[in-house]
Design a protein around this ligand. Structure first.
Ligand SMILES: NC(=O)c1ccc[n+]([C@@H]2O[C@H](COP(=O)([O-])OP(=O)(O)OC[C@H]3O[C@@H](n4cnc5c(N)ncnc54)[C@H](OP(=O)(O)O)[C@@H]3O)[C@@H](O)[C@H]2O)c1
Length: 377
């Protein structure tokens, strides 16, 4: 017997009697919904993922929320996930999408200790590319309203915050290089390094993105399509850079390692340039790496957000406070400038992933899921 806090009446009900239940505005929560499902393992998102229109709306368990998604975030790793690289034993079909913002429409009894029906929440949990997602309450953060800016913090902001705090060793005057600096997570690495009074260099692919980086306080944006990153670093930073927040991999990783100062460090955040390949990797000059590191007493360390979940809650609290007090820009890219227009509806997740891999985005790519009228009884 499943007990839920019922949306409209805010009561506990036995779902075995309920044919459908009502949300907090009195609308029926339908029994069927749309969601994206990985039906074939591939880093080609369009090949891997299918939009299914008649999936049952899941019921929350005791410690869970049922969230009606309003905004979902696109991540570079959506294609690693659809390729089965997160869990090599995973069996298709499985749900996809890492994060969402929406409102609670039903919840389990334990979850009702902290959350209520109608509450706006932001969450990191698998399966967000769906109209409704069951989210463990411990992975959800109450927010003041359903806004896309909160999405920027869930994966991207916390990755920058926790990695730089735990591994960056930032202090005044340090030179910090951020690659993919104008993207979802790069924008936060730039701002957090500036808050720590560092000198920040950021790479990106266009003059428009350079201008955005300037607006965030980045001291030296480098548009790599107009200037050579390696040459600029050699000329303008002959003593090297102290910290690299590195997301691109391949040739960019090699440039970053070469540019390290004595005792410099590279934090490996990702290697997006390789994700579309069959291996998911882009080759680097690994043969010379031991010698390069030794000669500089330098280091390279990986960072994966899932390994730092005990730090997650405090990181979100901190970032939310910074945003609320106007100290943090949370740039959202809803696709206004994409050829086919704004990213609206689950079907536009495919376009949004393409848009990222065409290197078009400035800030965090977000897809809006407008609520359809046909969910009403
Ligand atoms: N370790 C973790 O826990 C963790 C968590 C979140 C994200 N990440 C990593 O952070 C990086 C950025 O992720 P994100 O989701 O925030 O994406 P994003 O930065 O919003 O978008 C990716 C950006 O990478 C740049 N890029 C450079 N070479 C590229 C290429 N060959 N193909 C596609 N993009 C390229 C593009 O910016 P330009 O056009 O300006 O070059 C593009 O806009 C990824 O490596 C991702 O895996 C890691």
């Amino acid at each position: 017997m499943m007990r839920l806090a019922l949306a409209g009446a805010r009561a506990i009900v036995d779902m075995s009697y309920a044919r459908h239940f009502l949300d907090f505005q009195g609308s029926a929560i339908p029994r069927a919904m749309q969601k994206l499902v990985v039906t074939r393992l591939s880093p080609n998102f369009r090949e891997a993922v299918t939009l299914r229109r008649d999936c049952p709306v899941p019921l929350p368990g005791d410690g869970d929320l049922l969230v009606r998604n309003r905004f979902v975030g696109i991540n570079a790793s959506d294609i690693n996930y659809s390729a089965g690289r997160y869990d090599t034993s995973v069996k298709i079909p499985f749900d996809v999408g890492f994060e969402g913002v929406g409102e609670v429409v039903a919840l389990g009894l334990s979850a009702s200790a902290k959350f209520t029906v109608g509450q706006a929440v932001a969450y990191m949990a698998p399966g967000s590319f769906a109209e409704y997602t069951v989210v463990p309450a411990r992975m959800a953060t109450p927010v003041t309203s359903v806004k896309p800016e909160y999405l920027t913090l869930l994966v991207s902001g916390t990755t920058a915050y926790i990695s730089l705090k735990e591994l960056g060793g930032l202090s005044e005057g340090k030179k910090v290089l951020v690659t993919a600096a104008a993207g979802g997570t790069g924008q936060f690495a730039v701002q957090l390094a500036k808050k720590a009074k560092c000198h920040v260099i950021g790479t990106c692919s266009s003059d428009e993105k350079s201008a955005f980086l300037k607006s965030l306080g980045c001291d030296r944006p480098i548009n790599y399509n107009a200037e050579q990153v390696g040459a600029i670093l050699q000329q303008e930073y002959p003593q090297g850079v102290d910290v690299v927040y590195e997301s691109v991999g391949g040739a960019m990783f090699d440039v970053a390692v070469k540019a390290l100062a004595t005792k410099g460090r590279v934090i490996v955040i990702g290697f997006v340039s390789g994700y579309q390949t069959p291996t998911g990797l882009s080759p680097v000059n690994a043969g010379t790496l031991p010698a390069t590191l030794l000669r500089k007493s330098a280091s390279i360390q990986g960072f994966f957000l899932n390994h730092y979940l005990p730090k997650y809650g405090a990181a979100m609290d901190h970032l939310l406070k910074m945003y609320a007090s106007g100290e943090l820009v949370c740039e959202v890219d809803l696709g206004h400038l994409s050829a086919e227009g704004r990213f609206t509806g689950l079907e536009s997740v495919f376009r949004a992933v393409d848009y990222m891999y065409m290197r078009k985005n400035t800030g965090k790519i977000v897809v809006e899921l407008p609520h359809s009228g046909n969910s009403k009884l």
